[in-house]
Design a protein around this ligand. Structure first.
Ligand SMILES: [Zn+2]
Ligand SMILES: [Zn+2]
Length: 431
């Protein structure tokens, strides 16, 4: 979890320069055919040999922007951190504000190079940075956290007249950072941008200029998207990080270098359910707040219910979507399902009718628990000031499928009072 520094008071920020999706040029590892991937794609089927694959990495994905003219001698590739995700702020006026953060920042402290990648990536295609490219990649000399602080400092500040105090709590829940390498070369002590083929302004190099090279050996890992148990094709969407095998009724989660079997359960539904939405059902241990049982939640959220004796020993689970939705919807859905605390009663041997792709990682779901709690608290004036001292340690997480029925433009689950607009789901067109 990333806690934002004090200067981050942006209400809604998209670094507009990089807001359009990037395309990655890839080659099928089976037949060599060219395949264009989206930046967030983790699962694809080769249109030529039909083999289906998934992509993963042990640390972060590394891409590069190939120089248009690779014949220019001395081209080297400078690293940039890429960050994309949701920022939440529990503000001084007792409102939770969400914003989207989408930015790049130099992963080196060399002032000669531009601070961010700016507009260029929109018109160019990325490729995976691997040792086989033979390109000269420069080792990052600025840690992600340092670059991240500088990104925050560079954000425009929105000061609100009606907001007398600084936010109580801020957090960033993001997709893992990636590295993007951009090409440069040096002629007569002047750094040239190898994409624009233009010299950078005010960049005459000082004498002791040196860069250490990186061996890109922890490259992207391409795995066959087949059930490790029975060999059947796994089912998923383009951005899936978890897959379902309908042949042997098993669920597989993409880790750094393999597919790992994860337990799942399905909430009982009725005939004719349109879809099963995946949720991370997370139990956590808390420090700084008492929130172990369902009874604790009822008190915290001041739910209009009479606390039953058994609720005091009933463990509390946070229900967070295991699929990507916008920040506001993530909070609303998590809140609704968590308040209702569905029973973890599994239907033995059941399989989801139409398993919706798992695209939101469990660790990000766990990171969002604190802001979910912040929205649940009724006595915000009393409780928000303690948020910064609350520590959350996830102890157990399970994947749960909730059956929903299609009604007009919505998917609904009446007992949970849950309703999700199909248009708000990225892969909703198939439901
Ligand atoms: Zn192929
Ligand atoms: Zn299988």
């Amino acid at each position: 979890m990333k806690t934002l520094g004090p200067r981050f008071t942006a209400i809604s920020v998209v670094e507009s320069l990089n807001s359009s999706p990037w395309t990655i040029e890839h080659r099928c590892t089976q037949c060599g055919a060219p395949i264009n991937l989206g930046e967030t794609d983790r699962f694809f089927v080769c249109p030529f040999c039909r083999v289906q694959m998934c992509l993963t990495t042990t640390d972060y994905f590394r891409y590069y922007l190939p120089a248009p003219d690779t014949a220019v001698p001395g081209i080297f590739y400078m690293p940039y951190w890429r960050i994309k995700g949701m920022a939440f702020s529990c503000d001084g006026d007792y409102e939770v504000r969400q914003s989207l953060l989408d930015a790049t920042h130099r992963a080196s402290d060399h002032p000669f190079f531009p601070e961010s990648l700016g507009l260029r990536p929109q018109t160019l295609k990325l490729r995976f940075a691997t040792a086989e490219t033979g390109a000269d990649f420069v080792k990052p000399s600025m840690a992600f956290d340092a670059a991240f602080s500088e990104i925050q400092e560079g954000l425009p500040l929105y000061t609100r007249a009606d907001q007398p105090t600084s936010p109580f709590y801020r957090t960033f829940i993001g997709e893992k950072a990636s590295l993007v390498y951009a090409p440069f070369y040096i002629r007569k002590d002047v750094v040239f941008d190898a994409i624009l083929d233009e010299p950078l302004r005010s960049t005459r190099l000082a004498g002791d200029f040196s860069l250490s090279r990186e061996t890109v050996d922890r490259a992207v890992k391409v795995l066959p998207a087949l059930c490790p148990d029975c060999g059947a094709d796994l089912e998923g969407g383009r951005e899936s990080i978890g897959f379902f095998c309908t042949n042997c009724n098993s669920c597989w989660y993409l880790t750094g270098d393999k597919l790992e079997r994860i337990p799942f359960f399905i909430m009982p539904g009725t005939n004719g359910d349109s879809a099963h939405l995946p949720f991370w059902c997370i139990k956590a241990r808390f420090q700084g707040i008492v929130l172990e049982s369902f009874a604790d939640l009822v008190k915290l959220a001041n739910l209009p219910r009479v606390i039953k004796k058994e609720w005091e020993s009933r463990p509390l689970f946070f229900w967070v979507p295991a699929f990507k939705v916008n920040a506001g919807l993530l909070l609303r859905i998590s809140r609704t399902v968590t308040i209702n605390q569905p029973r973890n009663t599994a239907e033995a041997g059941a399989s989801p009718a139409l398993p919706y792709p798992i695209t939101f990682p469990v660790h990000e779901a766990a990171e969002s628990i604190k802001v979910i709690i912040a929205t649940l608290m009724t006595m915000k004036k009393k409780l928000w000031p303690i948020l910064k001292d609350v520590s959350i340690f996830p102890v157990e997480s399970r994947l749960a499928y909730i059956p929903l029925k299609r009604q007009g433009h919505d998917l609904i689950h009446s007992p949970l009072q849950l309703s999700v607009s199909v248009n708000s789901l990225k892969y909703g067109e198939h439901l």
